[in-house]
Design a protein around this ligand. Structure first.
Ligand code: DGJ
Length: 778
């Protein structure tokens, strides 16, 4: 039938056609299929109706929309599942009936007005547009499908155009709807809270509705917009998975419904909760873009598709493909308590260790000595920083480091010059005092004058000397949603307009400062999404810098996002958030699978830590491209599921780095198998453990059994030794063929288990870890 549209990527096909009743029906999204003369094997058979079925037309009595796989469903014509669109017309009615009119295909892709969208030129993407009409109401709906064949990604968005002569209230307009013919799936979501973001959760679908959403005004740490539907037997290396992400930073929803008949629907878009957009005649409304991918080869494959897509088509600008500098950030070192002397002391240590960028965090402006004041007063505190930022930057540059600055531009403190001058700029509902979050209010970015002020003020801040990096923070959820700039009938537009306002500001600043490396942040990872990544090439992953917690946080994040966008820092031990102690080596080994930074008081380091850090930095610099841009893999550990293995593999498969991480140590579980799929199977590899050190303090009284000495455990000598003696972990070196390592793994030397120590014993203990470098032998 001529209405069939069969889209192909390198390994997937997406097929739909038009029902006899005019709705666009989904036929297939899965492994790539040959084009067919006759698509009827893929069509649902509708030869008899079923009880309670509502049929849209008497000419097609056996077609009920409720049990069809559809591309974009409406309300009021017999599909009782969650709908993609919900409108209220001027007459108060709500029934929608969009039917297929025409389609067109062209190379390239359109931008989305007012919203960020994926990149892609004519050589990289092909677009199919479907035009649907609701004739009775003179509305058009265009569904866009942008096919990125070489990345196995299809993006979707929708545009509603009102030609009716009357206004329409849009209550829901989702970016994409994916209907699958089948119900045995798990709905995989990435959930969390402050300092515990994006932990993976799998929900086995039963009949019912599952909602993954944010109502906070930002994409939030509660539920990330990246979700997956996976087959019940899907694992990291095999099985079917459908992934969906959203290029959007505001309140979003992913609504998944499994019907009793065994069909599954996944919707993604702006959160309909609280949303209402008044669409005047002659206007159109576009949704954010959804990013879809399918793989039959498991979760690592789908992550790979998403990673490549983010790297090539979401992140943009000067820094897209550039190796990112190793930074030091003063936040966990000093909090608000610093002055120029302290900062320069920290910077001096950092420079000596090989760190490349110094980041001055919160507390440099106004009279901000804690979090109760000054947001909005973006002038340096001369008491802390005589000569201001302009005086500080050359001193940092003179040490051979770049300089970067923290800002939180979207916020206003009640105790600020800005608030005293413009109390009406803070978001608040009429007749109510606004709620506080971290003692602060949110600036109303729906107001054009606020946006203009923000652009000019930040232009001033970013022009203070040689500023090469900016951390753009945002530390509270939005409450009291209401804008004085909007009439009552448009208050349902607040959250979306806030984000549009933010995007407008970011677009302008990025245009004005194309060379600055921006890092997005929102109390850590409270706004970790593809929308922000269109402006800022990296995001602070979490305020939890504990290495062991980061395995879950960075690991969860890695399903949808590459390590090249994840800020990951080595901080103090015991950790500031968890009080968990972990070694300087493990803290590095985890952070090495991200954009490395150090966030601890480097002026207080022992000789041992300094030497270890210097070597870590050398290692990271030597392998930075691989660590930041290599193919990231999660390797399930078959011997002990509590252990974690991550790997990064170079594009040509000739080099790789793997990290083996353990939770609590267990005697008897010391035999580890190190597997790294994706290596070149025809090549032999030299495998070496990164040179790591153990602080002999870890041995307590056992130190006498490990070293050929006699000292009192925890005595003065032990303490001196622990600061100066670089006790090296067992040298590990193996030679192994790529097919063996990819398919099975290397049996590593034994772990310490209390029955003896020699230089062939690996010491990991609690939260221990080791990195291994794989290099193809010539
Ligand atoms: C939250 C961020 O995530 C931290 O890294 C730090 O910048 C603080 N805000 C400063 O207030």
């Amino acid at each position: 039938m001529s209405d069939v549209i069969h889209l192909d990527t390198d390994t997937t096909s997406y097929i739909f056609d038009v029902l006899p009743t005019g709705q666009v029906s989904s036929l297939y999204y899965g492994a790539r299929l040959r084009h067919m003369e006759d698509y009827s094997p893929l069509r649902q058979k509708n030869d008899v109706g079923y009880g309670t079925m509502v049929n849209i037309s008497q000419a097609h009595k056996t077609i009920g929309l409720d049990d069809q796989c559809l591309e974009y469903s409406g309300l009021g014509k017999g599909d009782y599942r969650e709908s993609a669109i919900e409108l209220v017309y001027a007459d108060g009615s709500r029934t929608t009936d969009f039917r297929h009119v025409s389609s067109k295909r062209y190379r390239g892709r359109p931008d989305i007005e007012t919203l960020p969208s994926a990149l892609g030129g004519e050589g990289e993407v092909e677009t199919t547009e479907l035009l649907l009409r609701d004739e009775a109401k003179s509305l058009s709906l265009i569904l866009y499908y942008c096919v990125y064949a070489s990345h196995d990604v299809i993006t979707r968005f929708a545009k509603l155009a009102n030609e009716s002569g009357e206004s329409v209230r849009v209550r829901r307009l989702m970016s994409a709807q994916l209907d699958l013919f089948g119900g045995d799936y798990r709905f995989v979501t990435f959930d969390g809270a402050w300092a515990y973001e994006r932990e993976r959760h799998d929900k086995t679908l039963h009949p019912g509705v599952y909602v993954n959403d944010s109502k906070t005004g930002n994409s939030s740490h509660r539920h990330n917009p990246f979700v997956m539907l996976v087959g019940t037997d899907c694992g990291e290396w095999s099985g079917e998975a459908w992934a969906m992400n959203l290029v959007y930073s505001g309140s979003h929803a992913q609504i998944c419904e499994r019907t009793y008949q065994g069909k599954t629907r996944l919707l993604s878009g702006i959160n309909p909760s609280g949303f209402e957009w008044l669409l005047m005649s002659g206007e159109s409304f576009s949704t954010p873009e959804a990013v879809l991918s399918y793989s039959s080869r498991g979760l690592n494959a789908i992550s790979r598709n998403m990673h490549r897509f983010v790297q090539d088509f979401i992140v943009r600008g000067e820094w897209r493909d550039r190796e990112r500098p190793i930074l030091v950030n003063n936040w966990e070192a000093t909090d608000f308590d610093f002055d120029r002397r302290k900062l320069l002391a920290l910077a001096k240590e950092a420079a000596a260790l090989g760190i490349e960028l110094f980041v001055l965090d919160d507390g440099w402006f106004g009279k901000r000595d804690d979090d109760t004041s000054s947001l909005g007063d973006w002038k340096a505190n001369e008491k802390k920083l005589p000569g201001g930022i302009e005086g500080l930057v050359p001193k940092i540059n003179a040490l051979g480091m770049k300089f970067g600055l923290w800002v939180e531009p979207e916020m206003i403190s009640e105790d600020s010059e800005l608030y005293r001058a413009h109390p009406d700029w803070a978001v608040a509902t009429p007749d109510r005092a606004p709620a506080y979050g971290r003692n602060q209010f949110v600036l109303d970015l729906c107001m054009p004058e606020v946006r203009a002020w923000l652009v000019e003020t930040m232009t001033g801040v970013f022009s203070q000397g040689n500023l090469e990096y900016v951390k753009w923070d945002m530390n509270r959820h939005i409450s009291d949603a209401y804008s004085k700039a909007l009439p009552p009938e448009r208050q349902g537009e607040f959250h979306h307009r806030y984000i549009l306002g933010l995007y407008e500001v970011l677009a302008e600043l990025v245009r004005r400062f194309p060379k600055i490396l921006f890092e997005s942040c929102a109390s850590g990872g409270n706004r970790f999404d593809l929308g922000m990544l269109c402006y800022m090439p990296q995001i602070w992953t979490s305020d939890d810098t504990d290495a062991y917690a980061r395995l879950t946080i960075q690991g969860g994040t890695s399903y949808g996002y590459p390590q090249s966008v994840m800020g990951a820092h080595v901080s103090a031990s015991p950790n500031m958030q968890t009080l968990r102690a972990s070694t300087i080596e493990t803290r590095f080994n985890v952070a090495a699978f991200g954009l490395l930074g150090y966030e601890l008081d480097l002026t207080m380091l022992s000789h041992f830590d300094k030497r270890a850090i210097r070597e870590q930095i050398e290692f990271y610099k030597a392998h930075r491209r691989l660590l930041q841009f290599g193919r990231f893999l999660r390797v399930p550990v078959t011997m002990d599921e509590k252990k974690t293995t991550w790997a990064v593999v170079a594009e040509d498969g000739k080099t790789a780095i793997a990290g083996l991480f353990q939770g609590s140590a267990k005697v008897g579980l010391g035999q580890d198998l190190l597997k790294v799929p994706g290596l070149d199977t025809d090549v032999a590899y030299r495998v070496t453990g990164r040179k790591q050190y153990i602080n002999v303090r870890a041995f307590g009284g056992l130190v006498n059994k490990i070293l050929p000495i006699k000292i009192r455990g925890d005595g003065v000598l032990h303490s001196v030794l622990s600061s100066y003696y670089m006790f090296a972990m067992a040298d590990e070196a193996y030679v192994a063929n790529g097919d063996l390592v990819s398919a099975y793994g290397i049996k590593l030397i034994q772990q310490f288990s209390g029955t003896g120590y020699n230089d062939r014993v690996r010491i990991l203990s609690d939260y221990g870890s080791r990195l291994y470098l794989f290099e193809a032998r010539e």
